[in-house]
Design a binder for this molecule. Structure first.
Ligand SMILES: [Zn+2]
Ligand SMILES: [Zn+2]
Length: 255
């Protein structure tokens, strides 16, 4: 079976408290860039895409979880789409995120708008987006891209957070304190792993550390692991440790 190439471009590589490295949000695109999916939309990403004139082109976003570095740019994106771009892009997220995403985060800024005659008007998230609240076993299918299969992870205990598979053999951990799996959604061994990784070895119950990944991942898994969501500019050689390496910022990683 021929493999369709596609790329992941990290618009930022920083952890939540390291916005100087951008937000660890990713643009997935096919080879001729006719299909795309943005994974998460933090405040740095939204501003950078706006300044580059690219925010208007984003028509599909998948949200992994509700932390500022992953959803803090959504209000800007929502308002630009409604009032400036006059388009209704697709917003995908697992149903478990709803309470944190709309009632607890976005509603305060987006619910009250001015009606046609200046009267008060109350709107929902669907005034801004084509909302896809994914149920268990539902996938994100965008023509031209591999199927995205969400996978419940463990990030902050008790907080819903989803990594995902792309196609059969690529895994993206999102923010996670777990080690990656070894096989994809159909049981096929993984070919590529994108893994959350903090650079200090301090068990904080939120993220995986580089030291733990180095200790606990077998060599063959380390070799396919691309490290992301790091908290300072790395000063160690991940390739020498046996990893694929750290993901670069703003350069496509082809898979
Ligand atoms: Zn994060
Ligand atoms: Zn997080």
């Amino acid at each position: 079976m021929s493999q369709h190439r596609y790329s992941l471009t990290f618009l930022g590589v920083g952890a939540g408290l390291s916005p100087e490295l951008g937000n660890n949000n990713v643009l997935v695109e096919n080879e001729d860039r006719s299909a795309h999916l943005l994974v998460d939309c933090g405040p740095v990403t939204a501003h950078e895409l706006k300044l580059a004139g690219r925010l208007q082109d984003i028509r599909n976003v998948f949200i992994t979880h509700v932390h500022d570095d992953h959803v803090g740019g959504l209000q800007l994106w929502a308002q630009l789409n409604r009032y400036v771009f006059q388009q209704t892009p697709a917003l995908y997220f697992r149903e478990e995120l709803w309470e944190e995403l709309w009632p607890a985060t976005m509603r305060g800024g987006l619910e009250r708008v001015s009606g046609p005659a200046g009267e008060p008007l109350t709107v929902g998230l669907d005034a801004y987006f084509e909302v896809h609240r994914l149920l268990e076993a539902q996938t994100v299918e965008i023509p031209g891209l591999p199927v995205l299969t969400p996978r419940l992870g463990l990030h902050v205990p008790g907080k819903p957070s989803f990594g995902f598979f792309l196609g059969e053999d690529v895994f993206f951990s999102a923010d996670s304190q777990q080690l990656p799996p070894t096989v994809g959604p159909t049981g096929k061994p993984l070919r590529v792993i994108f893994q959350d990784c903090q650079l200090f070895d301090f068990p904080n119950g939120v993220h995986t550390s580089l030291a733990r990944l180095n200790r606990e991942l077998p060599p063959e898994q380390k070799a396919i692991t691309r490290l992301m969501h790091y908290n300072y500019e790395p000063d160690m050689d991940a390739r020498a440790m046996g990893f694929w390496g750290f993901v670069p910022r703003n350069e496509p990683v082809w898979v």
